[in-house]
Design a protein around this ligand. Structure first.
Ligand SMILES: [Zn+2]
Length: 212
């Protein structure tokens, strides 16, 4: 497997050098489509990376460590969305970010239903570094009630399912409204999934990140 480590280190360093001059940052060589580690850009996220544990529908730990890699433009948009949540007393909790194509294939073998898992032949936006699976926590770190758990494969996970309390519906709407304002689009059958609109056509990737 090819590793992210060396090119990533190099690119992050370029970013560090140019970040003091924000006007030239994008023209200085750090492309918005570069894969970066979210934690290098913000410490304000809560991590609950389900595929780095056995607490997922694969019942297997398929990531070596709990890192959130995304393309730089996805990171930027996600940080802006998180700032809006923080102003209101909440924070984004992350379940999944970039996902190698090989993991997508494993998921499709278990759940070959495009309403819940993207067909690896086409590739998911997760494989392109433009999708995140998220929820919200309040100031005490408690997760807001979204009606179902993450990766619940049933109609109750849909944005269109209306038989929930006002509180649950309002929690989902709050998450959705802020994400949409920051360049993301929702996915009808999964309340937790958001795609960066400008990331839909980026290339599918199958690199694994370095855990050191
Ligand atoms: Zn997702």
């Amino acid at each position: 497997m090819k590793s992210f480590a060396k090119p990533l280190f190099f690119l992050i360093c370029i970013f560090c050098v140019v970040s003091s001059n924000a006007q030239t940052q994008d023209s200085a060589g750090v492309s918005d489509t570069t894969f970066v580690n979210l934690k290098e850009y913000s410490k304000d996220f809560i991590y609950d990376m389900k595929y780095a544990s056995e607490d997922n529908f694969l019942k297997a730990k398929v990531y070596d460590c709990a890192e959130c890699f995304l393309r730089l433009k996805t990171v930027k948009a996600l940080i802006e969305a998180n700032k809006s949540f923080i102003k209101k007393g909440y924070k984004i909790k992350l379940y999944d970010c970039y996902r190698p194509l090989s993991i997508q294939k494993k998921m499709w073998e278990i759940v070959p239903n495009p309403e819940y898992v993207a067909n690896p032949k086409k590739g998911s936006i997760h494989n392109r570094g433009g999708a995140v699976d998220i929820s919200l926590v309040d100031a005490s770190g408690k997760e807001l009630d979204m009606g179902t758990s993450f990766d619940f494969f049933g109609i109750e996970a849909s944005h269109n399912y209306s038989k929930f309390s006002k509180e649950i519906i309002s929690n989902r709407k709050f998450l959705k409204n802020v994400m949409i304002k920051n360049g993301f689009q929702s996915f009808d059958s999964e309340w937790w999934h958001y795609n960066l609109k400008t990331g839909l056509k980026d290339k599918v990737s199958n690199q694994k990140w370095n855990c050191n």
